[in-house]
Design a protein around this ligand. Structure first.
Ligand code: UDP
Length: 456
């Protein structure tokens, strides 16, 4: 019998796709190590319990209205969620702990700890009052997480920064971000940024450990020792485990499965896959530029346009009929794709991405080179890691223009520059794969995480 049989871990994801997927990967890993899993989740963006018959699900009220959900300010949304969910979460966890105390005999299961997304900030006081150990699951890279606490201070200097003539220079407090990226990031509407980040910092430092679920030493270089010094709690960088535990089962959207038979008909490494994740939006003219750039490249393409992601329209009405006819000659547009399966497909030659952390890591795990078009927040940093540090992709430098897109596709798929990018990507993919395999750095980190949880 597994030594962890009879122990339960409670997980509490932040309700957005990019945070739900890594939390469910964590759940699957822990389950494979013998732990039972209970997921406490909000009503908003509730995960599909039927896709995970082995886990127990408990829903709490979040009190969000339709207007709250439609906000374009995520910091505000997360602040609201933290305010509204504290009492229901406390009740739910208290009842759960009580019921596990009442269990007897073989049924008895001790709750080892709570693992929550770093974006939940009230969990510290709740877990402390219930004497439950608490780990913070982090979906950022270690480097981004460390540096992003400097954002409120940098925001106060944004006017100075935007007038700096050397916009291509790296920001000292936030490498490898360039000044022009930071100016964009700091202009985002983010009310409550400073108090929210302070609460995250406090909640992280008072936890029993931090899990970086998509980072490993190979991807985060020298950030790990620095983070250990700063946070003074155990840190586990367990690396991407996408090949063993795919994210598709935790999708909040219906995946268009016709993508795969369509890809089957395309030549090897010929297709450009385009997706901007679950949150980013664009304008109608931007969609037209992207569609024209793809079409003019002459390559087949698979473009994901989420319903409601083109401002002021329902779906792809912004594309005029004449252009749509041309797009349909070589392209396919879907509302949501089975992304990991798509990236795995032999026909994919490149990924035009918004550089969400999940997308970047999934692309690396499948060895697909990228074209970077970051939209907000941490995406700006990951785009620089991809283009400037790992050099496994090209950066559009924030130009959403048809000629730029067409030329980037050609540079990536043909010629020596693309060849060198592919070679580096193969090396990076191998390095990350070795890290999660037996005795790799991420593998060892996961082993010590399991020991840590078992010691509670
Ligand atoms: N995704 C998907 N189908 C799509 C687009 C995205 O399955 O058409 C998944 C993708 O595989 C990733 C997640 O949604 O796991 C998006 O997370 P990411 O961190 O890349 O971006 P976010 O949505 O947080 O901006």
């Amino acid at each position: 019998m597994d030594q962890n049989n009879g122990r339960r871990v409670v997980l509490f994801p932040l309700p957005i796709q990019g945070c739900i997927n890594p939390m469910f990967q964590m759940a699957k890993i822990l389950h494979s190590k013998g732990f039972s899993i209970t997921v406490i989740h909000t009503r908003f963006n509730a995960p599909k319990a039927s896709s995970h018959p082995l886990f127990t699900f408990l829903e709490i009220q979040d009190g969000l209205s339709e207007t709250d959900i439609r906000t374009d300010d995520n910091t505000w949304l997360f602040t609201l969620l933290n305010r509204r969910c504290e009492a229901p979460f406390r009740d739910c966890l208290t009842k759960l702990l009580k019921s596990s105390d009442l269990e007897t005999g073989e049924k008895k299961q001790r709750i080892s700890c709570l693992i929550h997304d770093s974006g939940w900030t009230f969990t510290g006081s709740v877990a402390e009052s219930l004497k439950l150990p608490r780990l913070v699951l982090n979906v950022y890279t270690i480097s981004y997480f460390r540096s992003h606490f400097a954002l409120p201070k940098l925001r106060r200097d944004v006017n100075l920064l935007s007038q700096d003539p050397d916009q291509d220079d790296v920001v000292q407090e936030f490498p490898p971000l360039r000044k022009k990226d930071l100016v964009r990031l700091l202009k985002e509407k983010r009310e409550y940024l400073e108090p929210y980040l302070n609460m995250i910092l406090e909640s992280t430092k008072s936890s029993s450990g931090i899990i970086f679920v998509m980072s490993c030493e190979e991807l985060d270089q020298d950030s790990l020792p620095k983070a250990r010094e700063e946070f003074k709690v155990p840190i586990f960088a367990i690396g991407p485990s996408h090949s063993k535990f795919p994210a598709s089962s935790s999708s909040l959207f219906t995946q268009d499965e016709t993508c795969i038979p369509w890809l089957d008909k395309q030549e090897d490494r010929s297709v450009i896959y385009v997706s901007f994740g679950s949150l980013a939006s664009m304008t109608g003219p931007e969609l037209i530029e992207i569609a024209c750039g793809l079409r003019n490249s002459g390559q087949p393409f698979l473009l994901v346009v989420r319903v409601g992601s083109v401002k002021g329209t329902e779906w792809i009405e912004a594309i005029p009929e004449e252009l749509m006819a041309k797009v349909n000659e070589k392209g396919k547009i879907v509302k949501w794709a089975p992304q990991q399966e798509v990236l795995k497909h032999r026909a994919i030659g490149g990924f035009l991405t918004h550089n969400g952390m999940n997308s970047v890591v999934e692309s690396i795990c499948e060895g697909v080179p990228m074209i970077c078009l970051p939209c907000f927040w941490d995406q700006f940093l990951y785009a620089r890691l991809v283009s400037d540090v790992w050099r496994v992709g090209l950066h559009l430098e924030h130009r959403i223009e048809r000629n730029e897109i067409e030329s980037a596709i050609r540079r990536l798929l043909f010629g020596s520059e693309g060849e060198a990018i592919r070679e580096r990507m193969t090396l990076l993919k191998d390095k990350v794969e070795r890290s999660v395999e037996e005795n790799g750095s991420a593998y060892r980190s996961l082993e010590s995480l399991i020991d840590h949880i078992s010691s509670f």
